[in-house]
Design a protein around this ligand. Structure first.
Ligand SMILES: Nc1ncnc2c1ncn2[C@@H]1O[C@H](COP(=O)(O)OP(=O)(O)O)[C@@H](O)[C@H]1O
Ligand SMILES: [Mg+2]
Length: 647
């Protein structure tokens, strides 16, 4: 058992010490034996090798410990394996431009029909006594045997096949990415060598791949591309998966939303709370089963334990003044006191002078609230329903039962010149410049108020968003911001992130959120089209928002709060955000502008694999992350739940 399997509850920062190319398999005993598949066949006629079943090495000649029945079973398994192998070809000499993780393979005329890119292969190196695991990443390339590929004869036979009887025979070649050495326990370990020329390459048996590649867990994501029978799974209990944050990238129609849905379904199933910022209103009917006949049929045929089904516990929220197609959506407003000052300043594009005054006004309002709780509680323009009474000790519907020092009304009033001439929240002696700053700041606050997502007069009867209601195991909370103005959407996102983060920091996973409340679950927060929240272009003036995301992702992951950032325009996603997403689902990306930033920030992917990304089909993706030993191509499974098609 690896240290990660244990939930230590307390803030065990184990994730900082694990991973990094290395493996968690160091603890497994290495018994020093190697599979000894038939080596003496090498000289035999290829025609015998090609099809079936090079016979297993009959003498299982490992020394020692015959009593160990586990060992005997392993030997038997190895023999079975050897018996089922299909030879692909043999490792070639190195040419120019070779690198440490690539080996050329030559495939004879008789064997070339086994050649498929993306197949997993074993490489049996008799000289070094190592079996490597590899993956075909390039090819097949074809060369004639007897003649030059651009000779006159080859040209003639190709240009006029109908006139020429002679067909030069040809062989195939390709490149194998060497993924590591196969250990006796079927783990794949990093290697410090490469296969020798003449090493036999064989198609790796599909049924052994899942364990080898470390694709086992409770979350069913899909199947290995090209291997419909090999499930790709991940472990919801590993901090290195969801808590290390997820990036889902891909062009329009590449399958991002489906992947997002799958991830949410699986996290919910594993007891997580999931919150999604739904910019297109497409997740609001996830309470129902998938109604797409084709996709539902795929589930029935390939994922019988993931039949179409809705999410039992779903809540749809819509910011006040927004709209939604969900039947029972709850409208909410946001307490301005719970949105960090700097973030309001970013979103409203305050000037330096305005930022300073904004700081004065909010801190003055806070101070007043401490000394005059009565007055601050009510504000002037409007009261704040849902406000917990100052004596409230029990849980309230506003999440943490804490007092909020002010509302947006309080601040607008505080900037409004009273009878004495001075705005109540500012010093009585203002310069002319300060007066003008106060006036423009007040105008910006009015503009903010008109977004109708915050607490002021017009939203008096709208309840605050109750954050603790989102932190319920297996509950999906959808914030439908599809019909919400940009300001309201951004405020809602910033508030939500901050409020969830603070609760998650306050209450360790598994600890009750309050009297009568259950234990706090791990939480996944999905932000769709994240580049509309902060983009490369706006990153400069959205510093506070970026900082907030960075802090949340760094500290949140230790507390089991994971972010999933989705974007169809990775080229517009600020670099800082890429670094946050360790687990990546990279769907089809065609343009260099969108592919380049993803490629530049994704480690451990063989160069040749990137050429496949522009050609991926719907639902296919390159999946990378520290919990996977190697990046894998995945055919994601269809979502079980329904999606609204909005475009
Ligand atoms: N895993 C999948 N398996 C089969 N079809 C899929 C899969 N993912 C997506 N599709 C198909 O592709 C279409 C577009 O997928 P979608 O998730 O909406 O892409 P995006 O969000 O990237 O625009 C879907 O309507 C569906 O028909
Ligand atoms: Mg989409």
């Amino acid at each position: 058992m690896s240290p990660d399997d244990a939930d230590t509850g307390a803030d065990a920062d184990t994730d900082a010490t694990r991973r990094s190319g290395g493996e968690e398999h160091g603890t497994e005993p290495a018994d020093g034996t190697e599979p000894d598949d038939e080596r003496d066949d090498e000289q035999e006629d290829e025609r015998e090798l090609m099809e079936e079943a090079d016979n297993a090495n009959p003498e299982g000649d490992e020394p020692g410990d015959e009593n160990d029945s586990g060992r005997a079973a392993a030997d038997a398994a190895r023999e079975d394996l050897a018996a089922s192998l299909t030879t692909l070809g043999f490792v070639a000499f190195d040419g120019q431009g070779t690198d440490n993780t690539s080996s050329g393979v030559l495939v004879s005329e008789q064997l070339r029909r086994h050649f498929r890119r993306d197949s997993y292969v074993g490489v049996d190196d008799a000289e070094q006594g190592i079996t490597f695991l590899g993956r075909v990443v390039e090819g097949p390339f074809h060369s004639p045997h007897e003649i030059g590929s651009d000779s006159a004869i080859s040209r003639t036979t190709l240009l006029h096949p109908d006139r020429t009887m002679f067909r030069p025979t040809y062989y195939a070649s390709g490149t194998i990415e060497i993924l590591g050495e196969v250990g006796p326990d079927e783990s794949v370990r990093p290697t410090s060598t490469r296969p020798r020329p003449y090493s036999r390459t064989f198609i790796y048996p599909a049924e052994r791949l899942r364990r080898m590649l470390g694709l086992e867990g409770d979350m069913q994501l899909g199947s290995l591309l090209g291997y419909a029978d090999v499930r790709v799974e991940a472990d919801s209990g590993k901090k290195a998966f969801l808590p290390r944050n997820v990036g889902i990238f891909g062009t329009v129609g590449s399958g991002k939303s489906n992947t997002t849905q799958v991830l949410m379904e699986e996290a919910l199933r594993a007891g997580w709370a999931v919150v999604v910022i739904d910019v297109e209103g497409e997740y609001v009917r996830m309470d129902q089963g998938n109604d797409d006949d084709i996709l539902a049929a795929v589930l029935r045929e390939q994922f019988p334990d993931r039949l179409p089904r809705g999410i039992p516990d779903i809540r749809v929220y819509v910011p006040n003044a927004g709209e939604t197609e969900a039947p029972d959506a709850m409208t909410f407003k946001v307490p301005i006191a719970d949105v960090p000052d700097e973030i309001i300043a970013d979103i409203m594009e305050f000037t330096e002078a305005q930022i300073r005054m904004w700081g004065t006004v909010t801190s003055q309002a806070r101070r007043r609230a401490e000394t005059e709780p009565q007055r601050s509680r009510m504000g002037i323009l409007g009261s704040a329903p849902g406000w917990p009474p100052p004596t409230a000790a029990g849980p309230s519907d506003t999440g943490a039962a804490r007092r909020r020092p002010y509302t947006l009304s309080t601040l607008i009033d505080g900037l409004t010149e009273g009878e004495s001439g001075a705005p109540p929240l500012l010093s009585p002696k203002l310069s002319q410049a300060e007066k003008s700053t106060a006036s423009t700041l007040r105008n910006k606050l009015f503009a903010l108020a008109r977004s109708d997502v915050l607490d002021w007069g017009r939203t008096t009867s709208v309840p605050y968003l109750a954050v603790d209601d989102l932190l319920v195991p297996r509950r999906l909370s959808v914030l439908d911001v599809s019909e919400t103005n940009d300001t309201a959407r951004n405020i809602a996102i910033a508030f939500l992130l901050q409020a969830l983060f603070e609760r998650v920091i306050e209450i360790p996973k598994g600890t009750a959120l309050g009297p009568g409340r259950g234990g706090r679950p791990p939480v996944l927060v999905v932000i769709e089209e994240v580049h509309t929240f902060v983009s490369r272009a706006s990153a400069g003036r959205m510093r506070a928002v970026l900082d907030q995301l960075q802090v949340i992702s760094r500290r949140g992951r230790k507390r089991w709060m994971g972010l999933a950032l989705v974007s169809q325009q990775p080229g517009h996603v600020p670099e800082e955000l890429f670094e946050l997403a360790n687990t990546r689902f990279i769907h089809q990306l065609k343009s260099a502008g969108n592919l380049a930033p993803v490629r530049a920030t994704t480690g451990g992917v063989h160069e040749a694999l990137w050429s496949t990304v522009p050609a991926l089909g719907p639902g296919q993706c390159l999946l990378t992350g520290s919990i996977f030993r190697n990046p894998v191509f995945v055919q994601m499974r269809p979502a079980r739940s329904r999606r609204m098609h909005t475009a």
